[in-house]
Design a protein around this ligand. Structure first.
Ligand SMILES: NC(=O)c1ccc[n+]([C@@H]2O[C@H](COP(=O)([O-])OP(=O)(O)OC[C@H]3O[C@@H](n4cnc5c(N)ncnc54)[C@H](O)[C@@H]3O)[C@@H](O)[C@H]2O)c1
Length: 363
């Protein structure tokens, strides 16, 4: 099939097959369809033999060592199985003042030295690992907001113990604007106005067809993922404005805000993350005049508790198969981009939605 498509394309390229006249736009669409269909087909048709049969005939018709006309044997093929995500480090080494001062300017700009950082959803998963990374990148203080009291408290204690930095935990639900305001006010009093907000709190519902999606569930997810991103940005943005801070707000969206996942049906999650991306772009445009930057990180499939549910095991095989890197992302694989966006090395980056997905959205 692949070779038939390829030879048909080659024939056309060589101009041997007459083409009906088509408009340039229709022509472009047709070529695009051809290209993606061919890429998918080629991927399925890739041949992967475990062994290669070999026949060796000696010169001048000499018999082989066994007396036969030829030696027949097989050689094994080493299969390049894609590696899983690297294990995240369990250590947190806070950047010291003397280390910071010895860094060349370019690297110094890539730190968050002396900045006050708030991370929502910081009790576990991607948010927790971004908080650890910001601690290593020089943060003055780390504040975790999360709805999970037990986990949030334990994570704050662990981060404080590992990094030696001041770390606070506030049990805040990102739907609760009054609680958010009180918590942000307390952060300002304790550590000074925040320089960085990472909004990672979020939930996912999947495998719910739209025609049976319960309206209350739909509203709840939008309230946490989208309204929560707005309420957090508003409270922290105001604190940054009041203190004249050149702040950086990072909203964790998802590739689901730009594509529709397959095979699981999850219209509400996808809509919520598309909303987060467009919210972030709008805030970036409105708040550039206050020197506040707003950017989005859009992860693909990541290996976190959110996805470690038995009901998703079968689908995960398909997710991997549709990801060029053939794996899920590691829980710490947003860290580098998060630190970059929080730091002064990205001062001209605002309103950007950056996808980290092992190439998923390429196919
Ligand atoms: N894991 C993935 O594959 C993936 C892919 C794309 C995007 N994301 C997004 O990344 C973010 C983090 O995901 P994760 O995999 O680390 O999830 P996670 O479930 O491990 O962590 C999410 C954290 O958010 C907290 N949280 C949930 N609802 C909250 C609320 N109402 N108020 C305050 N805190 C609340 C939870 O307690 C938890 O600690 C989410 O926004 C998620 O949508 C995840």
């Amino acid at each position: 099939m692949a070779s038939r498509v390829a030879s048909r394309l080659a024939t056309r390229v060589n101009g041997m097959m007459p083409r009906p006249p088509v408009s340039p736009a229709a022509n472009m669409m047709r070529q695009t369809r051809h290209f993606s269909a061919t890429a998918c087909t080629l991927k399925k048709d890739v041949i992967r033999e475990a062994e290669v049969p070999v026949s060796v005939y000696q010169p001048d018709g000499k018999r082989s060592s066994s007396g036969a006309a030829a030696d027949h044997f097989k050689i094994n093929v080493v299969q390049n199985t894609p590696a899983d995500a690297p294990e995240p480090s369990d250590m947190v080494q806070a950047l010291t003042k003397s280390q910071y001062e010895r860094l060349p300017k370019t690297i110094r700009d890539m730190t968050v030295y002396d900045k006050v950082v708030i991370v929502t959803g910081g009790a576990r998963g991607l948010g927790n690992f971004m908080a650890r990374a910001l601690a290593e990148a020089g943060a003055k203080a780390i504040v975790l907001f999360d709805a999970n009291q037990e986990l949030g408290d334990a994570s704050a204690a662990e981060l404080n113990q590992k990094s030696g930095l001041p770390v606070s935990f506030f049990k805040v639900d990102v739907r609760d604007d009054a609680a958010i305001q009180a918590a942000v006010d307390a952060v300002v009093q304790t550590y000074g106005a925040p320089d960085v907000l990472v909004n990672s709190a979020g939930i996912a519902d999947s495998n719910i067809p739209a025609e049976v999606y319960d309206a209350a569930m739909f509203r709840r997810l939008i309230d946490i993922n989208l309204t929560g991103s707005f309420l957090m940005s508003k409270a922290v943005g105001n604190a940054m404005m009041k203190a004249n801070k050149m702040g950086s707000i990072i909203l964790v969206a998802s590739m689901s805000g730009s594509i529709v996942n397959y095979p699981q049906e999850q219209s509400c999650y996808n809509a919520s993350k598309a909303g987060v991306i467009q919210l972030g772009k709008s805030l970036a445009a409105e708040w550039a005049k206050y020197s506040i930057r707003v950017n989005m990180i859009s992860p693909g499939y990541m290996d976190t508790a959110l996805n470690r549910v038995p009901a998703l095991d079968a689908q995960k095989i398909q997710w991997r198969d549709r990801t060029p890197q053939a794996r899920l992302g590691g829980v710490d694989e947003l860290n580098g981009l998060c630190v970059y966006l929080a730091s002064d090395s990205s001062t001209f980056v605002t309103g950007s939605n950056m996808i980290i997905d092992g190439g998923y959205t390429l196919w």
